[in-house]
Write a protein that binds this ligand. Sequence first.
Ligand SMILES: [Co+2]
Length: 224
Amino acid sequence: MSERKGRFVSHPDDAVAVVEGHAGADYYALMTEATRQLAIERGLLLQSDIDAVIAALEAPRPEWGAMIVARAWRDDAYRARLLADGSAAAAELGFRIKEAQLVVVENTPTLHNLIVCTLCSCYPRSLLGQPPWWYISKSYRARAVREPRKVLAELGLVIAADVELRVHDSNADMRYLVLPMPPAGSEALDEAELAAFVTRDAMVGAALAGSDAKMPFGRPVPPG
Ligand SMILES: [Co+2]
């Protein structure tokens, strides 16, 4: 059993809100392993079934989302379809969004979108893979809605006061993808070249295209 304060973007006033509770995690890890061993022992499933599921979970990666964004930057008709129905537009490029409806929100010179899941860690995993560690921290989940400009500034992204900042709270029915603005001077680039600018963090709204969120602290050391 261990409990410690989350270090990521912690704030003096947030002492309670940012506690990262891992109490009981050891118990669930043990139960998971026991259940796995029993299920295999009793012939209910094969280890290869488990391996296949893990492989499917680990296949999606930010580069898939980057292909969608780059297409939208180069093809206005595709961009319109993507904003109208994210899941259908993703399917056009061969990506099946399995967990929920994919909603795509577009950054403009006057609007910046930021994604969070305040309840847990909802994220378009079947497209982008696993979320960044800070995305699932209690600190980010609590503060992204309360003081998004401050959180973004701590991540190295200052949003001008005259730019509207819209925070989207993910849930079981909706997963979000931010369509960032293309980097300046990229007009002559082709889709593959453009995709290289589309980072994971830019598709969450935590960074601009071409950059990653700047972590003020290192990754927290797991309890153990
Ligand atoms: Co969630």
